[in-house]
Write a protein that binds this ligand. Structure first.
Ligand code: AMP
Ligand code: MG
Length: 323
Protein backbone atom coordinates (compact mmCIF):
# COMPACT_ATOMS: atom_id res chain seq x y z
CA UNK A 1 0.00 0.00 0.00
CA UNK A 2 1.28 3.43 -0.90
CA UNK A 3 1.04 6.49 1.35
CA UNK A 4 -0.97 9.54 0.20
CA UNK A 5 -1.65 12.73 2.13
CA UNK A 6 -5.37 12.95 2.92
CA UNK A 7 -6.02 15.92 0.63
CA UNK A 8 -9.40 16.55 -0.98
CA UNK A 9 -8.07 15.33 -4.34
CA UNK A 10 -6.52 12.17 -2.88
CA UNK A 11 -9.71 11.33 -0.98
CA UNK A 12 -11.51 11.59 -4.33
CA UNK A 13 -8.97 9.21 -5.91
CA UNK A 14 -9.37 6.87 -2.94
CA UNK A 15 -13.16 6.88 -3.29
CA UNK A 16 -12.83 5.91 -6.95
CA UNK A 17 -10.57 3.06 -5.91
CA UNK A 18 -13.22 1.90 -3.40
CA UNK A 19 -15.92 2.07 -6.06
CA UNK A 20 -13.75 -0.13 -8.27
CA UNK A 21 -13.53 -2.76 -5.53
CA UNK A 22 -10.12 -1.67 -4.18
CA UNK A 23 -8.69 -1.21 -0.70
CA UNK A 24 -8.06 2.11 1.06
CA UNK A 25 -6.62 2.46 4.55
CA UNK A 26 -7.94 5.63 6.18
CA UNK A 27 -7.86 7.42 9.54
CA UNK A 28 -10.77 7.36 11.96
CA UNK A 29 -10.87 8.73 15.50
CA UNK A 30 -10.34 5.20 16.90
CA UNK A 31 -7.65 3.52 14.78
CA UNK A 32 -6.81 3.37 11.04
CA UNK A 33 -9.33 1.25 9.12
CA UNK A 34 -8.71 -0.95 6.08
CA UNK A 35 -11.69 0.02 3.95
CA UNK A 36 -13.51 -1.58 1.04
CA UNK A 37 -17.02 -1.36 -0.41
CA UNK A 38 -19.07 -3.11 2.28
CA UNK A 39 -21.78 -4.11 -0.18
CA UNK A 40 -19.34 -5.76 -2.61
CA UNK A 41 -18.55 -9.28 -1.41
CA UNK A 42 -15.37 -9.59 -3.49
CA UNK A 43 -14.02 -6.29 -2.23
CA UNK A 44 -14.81 -7.28 1.35
CA UNK A 45 -13.04 -10.59 0.78
CA UNK A 46 -9.86 -8.74 -0.12
CA UNK A 47 -9.87 -7.15 3.36
CA UNK A 48 -9.72 -10.62 4.94
CA UNK A 49 -6.94 -11.57 2.52
CA UNK A 50 -4.81 -8.50 3.21
CA UNK A 51 -5.20 -8.78 7.00
CA UNK A 52 -4.98 -12.58 7.01
CA UNK A 53 -8.13 -12.34 9.09
CA UNK A 54 -10.24 -15.49 9.52
CA UNK A 55 -13.63 -15.36 7.81
CA UNK A 56 -15.52 -16.07 11.01
CA UNK A 57 -14.72 -12.56 12.29
CA UNK A 58 -17.44 -10.17 11.01
CA UNK A 59 -16.69 -6.63 9.83
CA UNK A 60 -18.14 -3.28 10.92
CA UNK A 61 -19.85 -1.17 8.25
CA UNK A 62 -19.04 2.55 8.44
CA UNK A 63 -21.59 5.16 7.39
CA UNK A 64 -21.46 8.96 7.22
CA UNK A 65 -25.17 9.86 7.55
CA UNK A 66 -27.94 8.62 9.78
CA UNK A 67 -30.25 7.65 6.91
CA UNK A 68 -27.62 5.25 5.51
CA UNK A 69 -28.42 3.07 8.51
CA UNK A 70 -31.75 2.17 6.95
CA UNK A 71 -30.12 1.13 3.66
CA UNK A 72 -28.33 -1.73 5.40
CA UNK A 73 -30.32 -2.54 8.54
CA UNK A 74 -33.86 -2.94 9.79
CA UNK A 75 -34.95 -0.17 12.16
CA UNK A 76 -33.16 -0.84 15.46
CA UNK A 77 -35.14 -0.91 18.69
CA UNK A 78 -35.68 2.55 20.09
CA UNK A 79 -33.11 2.29 22.87
CA UNK A 80 -30.29 1.30 20.51
CA UNK A 81 -31.39 3.94 18.01
CA UNK A 82 -31.32 6.74 20.55
CA UNK A 83 -27.84 5.66 21.71
CA UNK A 84 -26.65 5.81 18.10
CA UNK A 85 -28.24 9.24 17.72
CA UNK A 86 -26.52 10.42 20.89
CA UNK A 87 -23.04 9.03 20.33
CA UNK A 88 -22.71 9.26 16.52
CA UNK A 89 -20.51 10.32 15.00
CA UNK A 90 -18.25 8.57 17.49
CA UNK A 91 -16.72 5.32 18.70
CA UNK A 92 -19.96 3.39 19.32
CA UNK A 93 -20.87 0.37 17.17
CA UNK A 94 -24.38 -1.06 17.19
CA UNK A 95 -25.22 -4.60 16.12
CA UNK A 96 -28.63 -4.74 14.43
CA UNK A 97 -30.66 -6.94 12.08
CA UNK A 98 -29.21 -6.67 8.58
CA UNK A 99 -30.97 -6.14 5.28
CA UNK A 100 -30.80 -8.95 2.75
CA UNK A 101 -28.25 -7.38 0.39
CA UNK A 102 -25.50 -7.00 3.01
CA UNK A 103 -23.11 -9.77 1.91
CA UNK A 104 -22.65 -12.79 4.15
CA UNK A 105 -18.90 -12.36 4.09
CA UNK A 106 -19.29 -9.02 5.90
CA UNK A 107 -21.39 -10.52 8.71
CA UNK A 108 -19.78 -13.98 8.77
CA UNK A 109 -23.16 -15.39 7.83
CA UNK A 110 -24.97 -13.77 10.78
CA UNK A 111 -28.39 -12.17 10.41
CA UNK A 112 -27.04 -9.09 12.18
CA UNK A 113 -24.61 -6.40 11.02
CA UNK A 114 -22.33 -4.12 13.05
CA UNK A 115 -22.55 -0.41 12.12
CA UNK A 116 -20.95 2.82 13.21
CA UNK A 117 -20.46 6.42 12.09
CA UNK A 118 -16.85 7.54 12.58
CA UNK A 119 -16.05 10.99 13.92
CA UNK A 120 -13.27 11.93 11.54
CA UNK A 121 -13.49 14.32 8.59
CA UNK A 122 -11.34 12.15 6.29
CA UNK A 123 -13.35 9.01 7.04
CA UNK A 124 -16.63 10.86 6.55
CA UNK A 125 -15.55 12.41 3.26
CA UNK A 126 -14.27 9.08 1.95
CA UNK A 127 -17.54 7.29 2.82
CA UNK A 128 -19.58 10.11 1.29
CA UNK A 129 -17.61 10.14 -1.98
CA UNK A 130 -17.58 6.33 -2.16
CA UNK A 131 -21.40 6.39 -1.95
CA UNK A 132 -21.41 3.05 -0.12
CA UNK A 133 -20.90 1.89 3.47
CA UNK A 134 -17.26 0.99 4.06
CA UNK A 135 -16.32 -2.28 5.71
CA UNK A 136 -13.23 -1.30 7.66
CA UNK A 137 -11.55 -3.34 10.37
CA UNK A 138 -8.28 -2.09 11.80
CA UNK A 139 -5.59 -1.77 9.12
CA UNK A 140 -3.13 -4.24 10.60
CA UNK A 141 -2.28 -7.91 10.23
CA UNK A 142 -4.66 -10.14 12.13
CA UNK A 143 -3.85 -10.39 15.85
CA UNK A 144 -1.12 -7.75 15.94
CA UNK A 145 -1.11 -4.22 17.37
CA UNK A 146 -3.74 -1.89 15.90
CA UNK A 147 -2.46 1.11 13.89
CA UNK A 148 -2.97 4.66 15.14
CA UNK A 149 -0.82 6.30 12.45
CA UNK A 150 -0.37 5.89 8.69
CA UNK A 151 3.17 4.67 9.30
CA UNK A 152 1.90 1.80 11.50
CA UNK A 153 -0.30 0.77 8.56
CA UNK A 154 2.43 0.92 5.94
CA UNK A 155 4.82 -1.11 8.11
CA UNK A 156 2.30 -3.96 8.33
CA UNK A 157 0.49 -3.79 4.99
CA UNK A 158 3.09 -2.46 2.51
CA UNK A 159 2.79 -5.70 0.47
CA UNK A 160 -0.95 -5.30 -0.09
CA UNK A 161 -2.58 -3.49 -3.00
CA UNK A 162 -4.30 -0.15 -2.46
CA UNK A 163 -3.48 3.16 -0.83
CA UNK A 164 -3.18 4.64 2.65
CA UNK A 165 -4.63 8.09 3.30
CA UNK A 166 -2.39 9.76 5.86
CA UNK A 167 -4.52 11.94 8.12
CA UNK A 168 -2.25 12.09 11.15
CA UNK A 169 -2.69 10.30 14.47
CA UNK A 170 -5.96 8.90 15.77
CA UNK A 171 -7.12 10.88 18.79
CA UNK A 172 -9.20 8.23 20.61
CA UNK A 173 -6.70 5.46 19.98
CA UNK A 174 -8.71 2.33 20.87
CA UNK A 175 -11.48 0.66 18.88
CA UNK A 176 -15.19 1.36 19.25
CA UNK A 177 -17.44 0.13 22.05
CA UNK A 178 -19.81 -2.51 20.60
CA UNK A 179 -23.36 -2.99 21.89
CA UNK A 180 -26.38 -5.05 20.85
CA UNK A 181 -29.92 -5.22 22.15
CA UNK A 182 -30.86 -8.36 24.03
CA UNK A 183 -34.53 -8.72 24.87
CA UNK A 184 -35.33 -5.78 27.11
CA UNK A 185 -31.68 -5.00 27.83
CA UNK A 186 -28.45 -4.00 26.09
CA UNK A 187 -25.39 -6.23 25.91
CA UNK A 188 -21.80 -4.99 25.87
CA UNK A 189 -19.94 -6.99 23.21
CA UNK A 190 -16.65 -5.08 23.44
CA UNK A 191 -15.48 -2.21 25.65
CA UNK A 192 -13.91 0.65 23.70
CA UNK A 193 -13.80 4.36 22.96
CA UNK A 194 -17.14 5.30 24.55
CA UNK A 195 -17.08 4.55 28.29
CA UNK A 196 -19.67 2.01 29.45
CA UNK A 197 -20.73 4.46 32.17
CA UNK A 198 -21.66 7.08 29.55
CA UNK A 199 -23.83 4.56 27.68
CA UNK A 200 -25.49 3.42 30.90
CA UNK A 201 -26.23 6.98 31.89
CA UNK A 202 -27.77 7.79 28.50
CA UNK A 203 -29.78 4.53 28.37
CA UNK A 204 -30.82 4.63 32.02
CA UNK A 205 -29.98 0.93 32.46
CA UNK A 206 -26.92 -1.16 33.25
CA UNK A 207 -25.30 -2.94 30.32
CA UNK A 208 -25.31 -6.72 30.44
CA UNK A 209 -22.14 -8.73 30.06
CA UNK A 210 -22.07 -10.82 26.88
CA UNK A 211 -22.87 -14.44 27.63
CA UNK A 212 -20.58 -17.16 26.37
CA UNK A 213 -21.80 -18.17 22.92
CA UNK A 214 -23.95 -15.08 22.41
CA UNK A 215 -21.37 -13.55 20.07
CA UNK A 216 -19.61 -14.70 16.96
CA UNK A 217 -16.41 -16.51 17.67
CA UNK A 218 -14.48 -13.38 16.77
CA UNK A 219 -10.76 -12.73 17.30
CA UNK A 220 -11.59 -9.42 19.00
CA UNK A 221 -13.00 -11.70 21.66
CA UNK A 222 -10.19 -14.26 21.58
CA UNK A 223 -8.04 -14.14 24.71
CA UNK A 224 -4.96 -13.17 22.68
CA UNK A 225 -5.20 -10.22 20.31
CA UNK A 226 -3.68 -6.76 19.80
CA UNK A 227 -0.36 -8.50 20.43
CA UNK A 228 3.19 -7.23 20.11
CA UNK A 229 5.86 -9.72 19.01
CA UNK A 230 7.52 -9.37 22.41
CA UNK A 231 5.87 -11.06 25.40
CA UNK A 232 3.82 -8.63 27.50
CA UNK A 233 3.65 -8.95 31.30
CA UNK A 234 0.85 -7.12 33.02
CA UNK A 235 1.66 -5.84 36.53
CA UNK A 236 0.01 -3.48 39.05
CA UNK A 237 2.99 -1.14 39.42
CA UNK A 238 6.55 -1.10 38.15
CA UNK A 239 8.55 0.10 41.15
CA UNK A 240 12.08 -0.51 39.93
CA UNK A 241 13.94 -1.10 36.71
CA UNK A 242 13.59 -4.51 35.06
CA UNK A 243 16.76 -5.23 33.07
CA UNK A 244 16.34 -5.78 29.31
CA UNK A 245 12.62 -5.03 29.48
CA UNK A 246 10.58 -2.24 27.95
CA UNK A 247 8.56 -0.46 30.64
CA UNK A 248 5.08 0.89 29.97
CA UNK A 249 3.90 3.10 32.84
CA UNK A 250 0.39 4.40 33.32
CA UNK A 251 1.48 7.62 35.10
CA UNK A 252 4.81 9.38 35.57
CA UNK A 253 6.95 6.90 37.54
CA UNK A 254 8.41 7.75 40.93
CA UNK A 255 11.94 6.54 40.17
CA UNK A 256 14.52 7.37 37.55
CA UNK A 257 13.76 5.13 34.58
CA UNK A 258 16.10 3.77 31.96
CA UNK A 259 16.01 6.28 29.12
CA UNK A 260 15.03 4.83 25.77
CA UNK A 261 13.00 1.86 27.00
CA UNK A 262 10.46 3.53 29.30
CA UNK A 263 7.22 5.04 28.05
CA UNK A 264 4.41 6.70 29.99
CA UNK A 265 0.78 6.40 28.78
CA UNK A 266 -0.23 9.61 30.54
CA UNK A 267 2.05 11.55 32.92
CA UNK A 268 -0.98 13.05 34.68
CA UNK A 269 -2.96 9.78 34.78
CA UNK A 270 -5.60 10.76 32.19
CA UNK A 271 -7.31 7.66 30.75
CA UNK A 272 -8.21 9.60 27.60
CA UNK A 273 -4.54 10.40 26.95
CA UNK A 274 -3.57 6.83 27.89
CA UNK A 275 -6.01 5.36 25.33
CA UNK A 276 -4.70 7.68 22.62
CA UNK A 277 -1.10 6.60 23.32
CA UNK A 278 -1.67 2.88 23.98
CA UNK A 279 -1.10 1.28 20.57
CA UNK A 280 1.58 3.78 19.48
CA UNK A 281 3.57 3.05 22.66
CA UNK A 282 3.18 -0.71 22.17
CA UNK A 283 4.40 -0.35 18.56
CA UNK A 284 7.39 1.65 19.77
CA UNK A 285 8.31 -0.76 22.58
CA UNK A 286 7.93 -3.73 20.22
CA UNK A 287 10.50 -2.22 17.85
CA UNK A 288 13.11 -1.73 20.60
CA UNK A 289 16.00 -4.04 21.36
CA UNK A 290 14.42 -5.56 24.49
CA UNK A 291 13.37 -9.09 25.57
CA UNK A 292 9.91 -8.35 26.93
CA UNK A 293 7.44 -5.62 27.83
CA UNK A 294 6.17 -4.90 31.34
CA UNK A 295 2.96 -2.88 31.34
CA UNK A 296 1.16 -1.37 34.33
CA UNK A 297 -2.56 -2.01 34.79
CA UNK A 298 -4.76 1.09 34.57
CA UNK A 299 -7.98 1.72 36.54
CA UNK A 300 -10.79 -0.35 35.01
CA UNK A 301 -13.33 2.48 34.85
CA UNK A 302 -14.29 4.81 31.98
CA UNK A 303 -11.92 4.36 29.04
CA UNK A 304 -9.75 2.24 31.35
CA UNK A 305 -12.03 -0.76 30.73
CA UNK A 306 -11.19 -0.69 27.01
CA UNK A 307 -7.49 -0.12 27.71
CA UNK A 308 -7.38 -3.06 30.14
CA UNK A 309 -9.23 -5.23 27.61
CA UNK A 310 -6.49 -4.55 25.01
CA UNK A 311 -3.61 -4.92 27.49
CA UNK A 312 -4.98 -8.18 28.86
CA UNK A 313 -5.34 -9.70 25.40
CA UNK A 314 -1.88 -8.43 24.41
CA UNK A 315 -0.44 -10.21 27.45
CA UNK A 316 -2.22 -13.53 26.83
CA UNK A 317 -0.26 -14.54 23.74
CA UNK A 318 2.84 -15.58 25.61
CA UNK A 319 0.92 -17.52 28.25
CA UNK A 320 -1.01 -19.42 25.58
CA UNK A 321 2.15 -20.29 23.70
CA UNK A 322 3.75 -21.49 26.92
CA UNK A 323 0.87 -23.77 27.91
P1 AMP B 1 -13.03 -4.54 14.30
O1 AMP B 1 -12.20 -5.72 13.96
O2 AMP B 1 -12.42 -3.63 15.33
O3 AMP B 1 -13.51 -3.78 13.11
O4 AMP B 1 -14.33 -5.07 15.03
C1 AMP B 1 -15.11 -6.07 14.48
C2 AMP B 1 -15.75 -6.76 15.62
O5 AMP B 1 -17.13 -6.39 15.67
C3 AMP B 1 -15.80 -8.26 15.44
O6 AMP B 1 -14.58 -8.83 15.85
C4 AMP B 1 -16.95 -8.64 16.33
O7 AMP B 1 -16.51 -8.75 17.65
C5 AMP B 1 -17.88 -7.43 16.22
N1 AMP B 1 -18.98 -7.72 15.32
C6 AMP B 1 -19.07 -7.42 14.01
N2 AMP B 1 -20.23 -7.83 13.50
C7 AMP B 1 -20.91 -8.40 14.50
C8 AMP B 1 -22.19 -9.03 14.61
N3 AMP B 1 -22.99 -9.15 13.56
N4 AMP B 1 -22.54 -9.50 15.82
C9 AMP B 1 -21.73 -9.36 16.88
N5 AMP B 1 -20.51 -8.78 16.85
C10 AMP B 1 -20.11 -8.31 15.67
MG1 MG C 1 -8.69 -5.12 14.81
Amino acid sequence: MELYAATEKNIQIAAELIRGGGLVAFPTETVYGLGADGLNATAAASIFEAKKRPFFDPLILHIARMDSLYDIAETPDSRILSLAEKFWPGPLTIVVKKKQHVPDIVTSGLETVAIRMPDHPVAQKLIELSRTPLAAPSANRFGSISPTSALHVSRQLHDSAGIILDGGECHVGIESTIIASSGSGITLLRPGGIPVEAIEEAAGIKLQAAEQGSMPNAPGQLPYHYSPEKPVHLVDRITEDIPNAGLLFFRQPQFVCPAGRSLVLSPSGSLREAAANLFAHLHMLDSMDIDSIYAERVPGTGLGLGIMDRLTRASMKKQLIKT
